[in-house]
Ligand binder design. Structure first.
Ligand code: HEM
Length: 202
């Protein structure tokens, strides 16, 4: 197999070691940029006190998050499934570290900017106690936490399995199937969330 197995044992390391390993695998500049670029727009909206920029940042980051959540189960997963074992392992080992940093950076920016949009200072002043606001906060941050706890973990277990000395093809296939179900669930919740977002205004 073309993929190096030297780093396979990192799966047993602690969280910091794993993050360091993933950042190296993703390219540290890419990993940092995945957080810094979207969060810079968020920070800039405070610096220039611009509700428009905050809103733009929220919608753009949400669109990237939503797009990725759809593309993973609908296109990337089936494409990997159709590749040979070696090619699939090579793509997984290169793609997963980058995708994880990218998605966490954009999803974090979406929920942070959405939360500030509820405030009166820089946002639209809906407040935190209305039903719409509470549901948006609960579902939005819930989806963010779910992303960290389930789909990212699944992607990472496929990644670590690929790097292990003796990758188990049937385990990789089972992870891919779970990914599809989880991805479809995530996309459905996001569609509901977008209906909820437009409901603020309507
Ligand atoms: C903590 C979670 C979130 C909160 C508190 C939140 C809050 C808001 C608020 C207050 C608005 C402005 C509504 C208006 O136009 O008056 C908005 C708009 C929007 N949000 Fe969120 N949001 C959250 C998460 C998300 C997520 C995860 C997505 C997409 C995946 C998203 C997509 C959108 C879109 C597309 C709009 C524009 C809707 C419109 O203007 O009609 N939001 N959000």
């Amino acid at each position: 197999m073309a993929v190096s197995h030297e780093t396979g044992r990192v799966a047993e390391g602690n969280v910091v070691e794993r993050i360091q390993h993933l950042a190296d695998a993703a390219n540290p500049a890419f990993a940092a940029g995945s957080f810094l670029v979207p969060l810079a727009f968020f920070a800039m909206s405070f610096a220039v006190a611009s509700t428009e920029l905050l809103f733009y940042t929220h919608v753009a980051a949400g669109a990237v998050w939503f797009g990725f959540a759809l593309i993973f189960p609908a296109i990337i997963g089936p494409t990997l499934g159709g590749l040979g074992e070696e090619a699939s392992a090579a793509v997984t080992a290169t793609l997963v570290p980058k995708a994880v940093f990218f998605l966490v950076g954009f999803s974090l920016t979406t929920v942070l900017s959405g939360t500030v949009l509820l405030t009166a200072d820089l946002g639209f002043g809906y407040g935190f106690s209305e039903t719409w606001s509470s549901v948006a906060l609960g579902v939005g941050w819930g989806l963010f936490a779910f992303g960290l706890a389930v789909p990212h973990r699944l992607q990472l277990s496929a990644y670590y399995e690929t790097l292990s000395p003796d990758p188990d093809a049937s385990r990789l296939e089972a992870i891919e199937k779970k990914n599809l179900v989880v991805g479809l669930f995530e996309a459905a919740v996001m569609l509901g969330l977008i209906v909820l977002m437009t409901g603020f205004r309507l």
